[in-house]
Design a protein around this ligand. Structure first.
Ligand code: RTP
Ligand code: MG
Length: 137
């Protein structure tokens, strides 16, 4: 089942020079394709829409400040079961709990600065792709 998912390389990943490392892992998965990719500093309105499910949580404001602190890379990846696959490549939210071999497990220590976002379901992917790449056909 071919799908599309929205991936963000968060500001920590970009600042640490990990774009190539992370994009390389995505590219090497057989049959997956990057169909859009852009470096951009995310504005507050975009982040509020994207993270609406977390409004009111204690980590919400620091998360938005962090996500607006520098450029991110937004990309759309297409391929077989890519939604589940990108979540597996990323690893669990807490990098200390993430296994080595996953992106968060290999490079992260701080929950907030966990390097990557990937849509968590088909519904989330549909919603998030429209936020970040409204013109994509
Ligand atoms: P994401 O949405 O970024 O792909 O990550 P996720 O599904 O694994 O995690 P989620 O629960 O949706 O949380 C969104 C992001 O908020 C930050 N966070 N900080 N306790 C904390 O300080 C905390 N909890 C979550 C992380 O950056 C997480 O990825
Ligand atoms: Mg999430």
């Amino acid at each position: 089942m071919s799908q599309r998912t929205l991936v963000l390389l968060k500001p920590d990943a970009v600042a640490r020079g990990l774009i190539g490392e992370i994009v390389g892992r995505v590219e090497r998965k057989a049959g997956w394709r990057i169909v859009a990719m852009e470096l951009r500093t995310l504005d507050r309105a975009t982040l509020e829409t994207h993270y609406a499910e977390h409004v009111g949580r204690p980590f919400y404001e620091p998360l938005l400040d962090f996500m607006a602190s520098g450029p991110s890379v937004a990309l759309v990846v297409e391929g077989e079961r890519v939604i589940e696959g990108l979540r597996a490549l990323a690893g669990p939210t807490d990098p200390i709990a993430a296994a080595p071999g996953s992106i968060r497990g290999d490079f992260g220590t701080i929950v907030r600065e966990n390097l990557i976002h990937a849509s968590d379901s088909e519904e989330s992917a549909d919603r998030e792709l429209k936020i970040f790449f409204p013109g994509l056909v």
